[in-house]
Design a protein around this ligand. Sequence first.
Ligand code: PMP
Length: 420
Amino acid sequence: MSVSVETSTDAANTPRDVSVPVRQQHLAQRTLAARPSEVRKVFRAAQRPGMISFANGAPYLGALPFDRIAADAQRILLDSGERSFQYGASDGIPELRAHISELMRLEGITAGPDQVIVTAGSQQALDVAARVLVNPGDVIFAEAPSYAGGMAVFTSYEAEIVHVPMDSDGLIPAELERLIGEARAAGKTAKGLYTIPNFQNPGGVNLSAERRLQVGELCRSNDLLIFEDNPYGLLGFDGETMPAIQPGFEDITLYFGSFSKMIAPGLRVGWVLPPASLYGHLLNASETSQLNPSVYSQQLISAYLDDPAWEDKLAEYRAIYREKFTALVETLTKVMPAGTTWNRPTGGFYLWVKVPDGIDTETLVYDCIERGVVYVPGTAFYTDGSGHSELRMSFCLPSLDDIRSGATILGEVFSAAAAG
Ligand code: PMP
């Protein structure tokens, strides 16, 4: 492969400079066991100037009201700059937690501001939760495929990921039940289910309302925790939101939310709503990890949500994303080789594409990169080596023109491969 992206599979190398030798004896056992993520290599390519990227799960920020945000930023600093730049409460500022409590109500969650812990994005909340709850060897069930960054958190605490097959209604409860039985029969601890029920990353699928209840009951009767990761729930193209899994299963569910996809990931603000019994442990771990989330970032988000215009902005974003999704699908329909299929997401950021057997998306990504287009190969979203005939395309960030020309290049590369 003639690629200039890093292709090392040596977990001992630092990601930035593969030429610096690492002394193995310095590394923790869990670091030695870790596998570098395919996504990271591909993301490095995605950062090259001029690259059309379907790889980044990043929002389009071009429609944000920066004038208003700048005015908020100035007002906040002039009114309360010392508070903004000081250490703050480890659970987050009260005014933001009040907004979070209101937001979660939209998905049927009843939780007061004092039950929420604000974190540096939901990624940190996942890490804190896994640190508190996961022992080496524990089994965490996750959709097949699932978010690479979420699975990486669990495996970094030496959990074993067991994938649960999905169909167009999300993960299949009967399969989960079977796999719980298999794990138990093998003497393993089935610790929890990691699920992204809305506009799943990467599959774009929603877990049906009926299955949410079935999955909750299954987890309860088998003493599993539910890690409900929901950064995309308010990003349905038509604005409809589904009830979360958490209501009715408050005692076993850790619900993770984020402002990254609906406002801005650069502010790094997310949260976790844990069961009451775990709250103290999670707060302690979050404190150990970061002392407190950035007060200034929280104030900016809180001020943004103070103005009811945030809902109109979200509606505008939904329309933008729908248009981009439509452009992508229209182009792929024209250019991809026969036998290529994809799902029909009704919101979120991702299209999950399946190509005919025999075409390897992990190999072809480098041909695409050479031609200025990048996506994430399906293998990044499984821990069991599958996904070679699949790929994830994020449609929110590139412009409409780039979507059309990028997908056309993709079609040419894949069609040439299909023709042998
Ligand atoms: N969960 C899922 C499913 C995601 O897609 C992402 C970001 N790609 C995250 C969590 C982390 O988001 P953040 O830390 O920015 O809130």
